[in-house]
Structures are given as C-alpha cells and as structure tokens.
Design a protein around this ligand. Structure first.
Ligand SMILES: [Ca+2]
Ligand SMILES: [Ca+2]
Ligand SMILES: [Ca+2]
Length: 215
C-alpha cells in the first residue's frame, strides 16, 4: 500500500510539473495576445480618418482631417507623407475620379462672408498637389457642399461629384467645372448624409439623401 501511495504521489507531482511547464509555455508563446505598440504619431485633434492605399504601393495610408483646416497623410509605418492646408474644410472624400487607378482626394472648403456662403471644390492628386479648383476665382459658389460622394452616373468612366447642401443635393458634371443639377426646389431640406447604392436592383445606382427626419 505504501508503495502505491508513493507511486500516486509521484504521478501527481509529475502532472503538476507538466501543467506548470505547459502554462509557462503558453504565457511565453508569441501568439499570446500581448499588447505591442507599432508606432504613434501626435496628429492633433482630428475630425475624420480614412484608411486607403492612396499611392498604389500595396500598403495603406492613413489620411486625417485635422481640425478645420488640414489634411495629413501618414504611411503604414507612421511616417509623414504629405499635408495640405485649406481654410475651413467642410468635407473630404477619397475616390478614383478618372478611373485611371490613381486615387484623388476631393475636398470642399468655405465660410460665410457678409452672410453669403462662399464655397470651393478642390481636387488633389495622391501626392497632395492641386489638380483643380472650382470655381477658379476668388468668389466661391454660394452653396455649402458637405458630405461628398462620387459615382459614375452616366457610365462614361469619369465619376460625377455629388454633395449634400443646406437645401437639397448638388451634382457636378464629371468635368468638375460646371453643375450637372441642383435640386434645392425639389428637396428643400438640409442634407445630413448621402449614400450611393443600387437600392432598386436595376442597372443604375441611386442617390439616397438623408435629412433630419426624411430619406
Ligand atoms: Ca499606399
Ligand atoms: Ca484617378
Ligand atoms: Ca460620368
């Protein structure tokens, strides 16, 4: 009997030892979900962040809208790539406007001057260089363009730019130099959000505009 008890004790000690070894291994295993910081960058307070491969190098960039007046682009390692400053940025969208596999950054900026809206549309390339400003004058459009969306409405390979306004939806032609339509009389509400999707299941996308309580 004494021999059996000794054997059982030895087995128990062995089991405990094996458990201890396994537990230590699990804790030290590389796949154990330990927190490791890859990098950090002091951006300042930002309103929006977009994650997209802007420069087609197979790695995603981080694009920040900081405060009201700055776009900051970092690479996947947290290295500064470029920044772009514009007074009072209203909305930012990243889209391949010309369907050439090079993404553009589209933004609107504007403010009230003498109680009249003064708004501009800017198109930047993926290096932060200005490709287009509309209107090309000191006096902006008299409508604030917010919540930019893009879609090739007429299937010609160039995307139209569509934006919500304080009264209805505004659409640019895909030359980005003139209005396609502006439905402020049909939709007299402030548009909070725009979505473009094929809701009806036909061959064309629809624009879904959301105001405070109506869609
Ligand atoms: Ca990239
Ligand atoms: Ca493009
Ligand atoms: Ca088009």
């Amino acid at each position: 009997m004494k021999g059996d008890e000794k054997q059982i004790s030895l087995i128990l000690i062995l089991i405990f030892f094996l458990f201890l070894v396994s537990f230590t291994r699990i804790c030290n295993a590389k796949n154990f979900p330990l927190f490791e910081e890859e990098w950090s960058y002091k951006t300042g307070a930002f309103r929006e962040i977009f994650i997209d491969d802007l420069n087609n190098d197979g790695k995603k960039e981080l694009i920040f809208l900081i405060g009201n007046d700055k776009i900051l682009v970092l690479n996947y390692q947290g290295k500064f790539l470029w920044s772009y400053e514009k007074d009072n940025i209203l909305s930012v969208k990243i889209s391949d406007l010309y369907s050439d596999n090079e993404k553009e950054v589209i933004l609107t900026s504007g403010r009230l001057i003498a109680n009249i809206a003064r708004c501009f549309l800017w198109i930047l390339n993926n290096k932060g260089e200005t490709l287009l400003k509309y209107p090309n004058s000191k006096v902006g459009m008299t409508v604030f363009l917010k919540d930019i969306e893009t879609d090739d409405l007429d299937d010609n390979g160039y995307k139209e730019i569509i934006a919500g306004t304080l009264r209805g939806v505004y659409a640019f032609k895909d030359t980005y130099k003139e209005k396609l339509w502006y439905n402020k009389d049909k939709i007299p509400d402030k548009i909070d959000n725009l979505f473009i999707d094929n809701v009806l299941g036909d061959k064309k996308n629809e624009i879904i505009a959301k105001s405070f309580s109506t869609i």
